[in-house]
Design a protein. Structure first.
Length: 545
């Protein structure tokens, strides 16, 4: 190639480069202007606060388990980059069940659009917007994420002295003088740095008090279980767990005058630290005609359930285990709660019916021991008699496991310590009754439309079952003082469509009435109870057929 040809090529390339530079000069300002304009429309008051208040502040608030508060613009702006990074990687909100396999009630998940909105807000400089348009700051009952409890107990203040894992069982009289049905049990550790997990049992034998009396310090130590024959599990707390209340006509029966055994797992490394845990009890509004919920690890690592028993994962190996359970009668399952330790990496649980249909129950693809819990279905799940419930769990005892506790990896076997392993799936269940599969456990399944709310005084405790409904629904309500009542069905504009109950001089108590919606077209309605002393209650009702 001649020098003249080379020069022509260089000149041509230079001209192309200059044209491209001119193009960039014209286009990039417009691009960045459009991007900045889009971001500038995002602000905390109208865009970010609703996301944070709905999904984050139950933990990230004063007194919550989050390490900082996200209530108010100042707190959100100060932590904006941390929020962006945690949500973009889906580390927060913590939610491990695979939504493509099974959906659950009150999922702590952000949409792709919400994550992008947070990122746009941060890149725009975290503007406040018009603070007068921001939603009101959430108000939490002190010490509770659920509401005002019906009964509160606390463990003794205790300072850990053990240098290894300690399973200390505190014995507390339940303080009940009559049977009560538990809709929800909320455990709140006084010191989250100390408490690894909590199991709460009922003891009607008095054996736990005997064991407690044999030691001078509060409670007694028992490695694995409670040491009491016949103790019954009624509740638990693990990192990431959320308390959801069951419908008011079902609950777990508690025995009056019984003891509670609160087994606290204090892990290795917390010697000298103290804790006093609070237990909040939420009961059904009545003690009659209540359906009893049972809680049990139907999938477990015993030889009766685990196919390739025992759990035995040698160093530098990956193993999968299979456990199963035969369902003896038609069951109605409210929730599932898988449990493994640090070596566990994934678990899937499903049922196979006698007709060979598969019922997906839960799948966790990236198990994280620090974020687990009990997961309520959106609606109660029927599992027919003679179905087989299966679970497969994978364990990774290699250096590839990000939660590997040992360097180098060591043999891991079944046990109670954090560095041991487990394979459990707890089920909260009832004996099935027709219509159970229509019972909604996730209120977000109901319409998001804002119903008409009539003027009036205080609220009336009020529930509708089933909801959604295709025909007749049972309406249960409670009044606190003698009054006349009128119960009606309204549309979303507040127009009364029908009255299904009118009663005079009702004494304080709990009542049930039947509302017939069979003649109404499918849609969303409002059931309203109004009393002669100005009190009212409203509940959204979905007519599905």
């Amino acid at each position: 190639m001649s020098n003249v040809q080379k020069s022509n090529i260089l000149i041509s390339n230079f001209q192309i480069l200059m044209k491209f530079k001119h193009f960039l000069c014209l286009c990039l300002p417009a691009f960045f202007s459009a991007t900045t304009g889009a971001q500038a429309t995002v602000n905390w008051a109208t865009d970010i606060a609703p996301i944070l208040y709905e999904n984050c502040v139950k933990c990230h608030r004063d007194g919550g388990i989050g390490h900082f508060s996200l209530i108010g613009y100042g707190n959100a702006a100060a932590n904006s980059f941390a929020v962006m990074n945690a949500t973009r990687t889906r580390k927060m909100p913590p939610w491990k069940p695979d939504p493509s396999y099974r959906r659950f009630a009150h999922e702590r998940r952000l949409t792709d659009e919400q994550i992008q909105t947070i990122q746009d807000w941060v890149f725009a400089g975290s503007p406040a917007g018009d603070l007068n348009q921001a939603p009101p700051d959430p108000v939490f009952v002190p010490g509770s994420n659920v509401g005002t409890p019906d009964h509160v107990l606390t463990t003794p203040l205790y300072t850990v002295t053990a240098t290894e894992d300690e399973y200390r069982c505190f014995v507390i009289p339940n303080g009940l003088n009559q049977a009560a049905y538990l809709r929800g049990l909320e455990a709140i550790p006084g010191n989250h740095e100390v408490v690894h997990h909590i199991l709460i049992y009922e003891d009607t034998t008095g054996q736990a008090q005997v064991l407690d009396s044999q030691t001078p310090e509060p409670g007694y130590v028992n490695f694995g279980g409670t040491g009491v024959n016949g103790s019954r599990l009624i509740g638990a707390w693990v990192p990431g767990s959320t308390t959801i209340l069951t419908p008011p006509f079902m609950g777990m029966k508690l025995t009056p005058g019984a003891d509670l055994i609160v087994q606290m797992h204090y892990p290795k490394g917390v010697t000298g630290m103290s804790d006093m845990t609070t237990l909040n009890f939420f009961f059904t509004p009545a003690n009659q005609n209540i359906r009893e919920i049972r809680l049990a690890p139907l999938i477990n690592h015993t030889p009766l359930s685990l196919e390739n028993w025992p759990l035995f994962i040698p160093a530098n190996q990956v193993k999968t285990y299979h456990a199963k359970f035969q369902v003896p009668i038609d069951g109605a399952v409210l929730s599932v709660a898988p449990h493994m330790h640090l070596i566990g990496r994934s678990m899937v649980c499903f049922a196979v019916t006698p007709q060979n249909d598969t019922i997906p129950l839960i799948r966790i693809n990236d198990w994280d021991f620090h974020w687990q819990g009990g997961y309520f279905f959106q609606k109660i799940q029927k599992v027919p008699a003679n179905s087989t419930v299966h679970a497969y769990a994978a364990y990774d005892n290699t250096t590839n496991n990000p939660f590997q506790p040992s360097d180098p990896p060591q043999l891991v076997t079944q046990g109670e310590a954090t560095t041991d392993e487990m394979m459990l799936v707890y089920f909260a269940f009832l004996e099935y009754q027709p219509g159970d599969e229509d019972i909604v456990l996730d209120s977000t399944l109901l319409s998001t439309a804002v119903p008409f709310v009539p003027d009036g005084g205080g609220e009336i405790a009020f529930s509708v079952f089933p909801n959604p409904v295709s025909g007749r629904a049972v309406v249960e309500f409670e009044i606190s003082e003698t009054a006349d009542i009128q119960a009606s069905i309204l549309d979303l504009n507040g127009r009364s469509l029908k009255t299904f109950a009118e009663k005079r001089d009702l004494a304080p108590g709990i009542y049930r009435e039947t509302a017939d919606l069979s003649d109404l077209p499918p849609g969303v309605y409002v059931a309203r109870i109004h009393t002669s002393n100005g009190k009212c209650g409203v509940v959204k009702v979905v007519k599905d057929q």
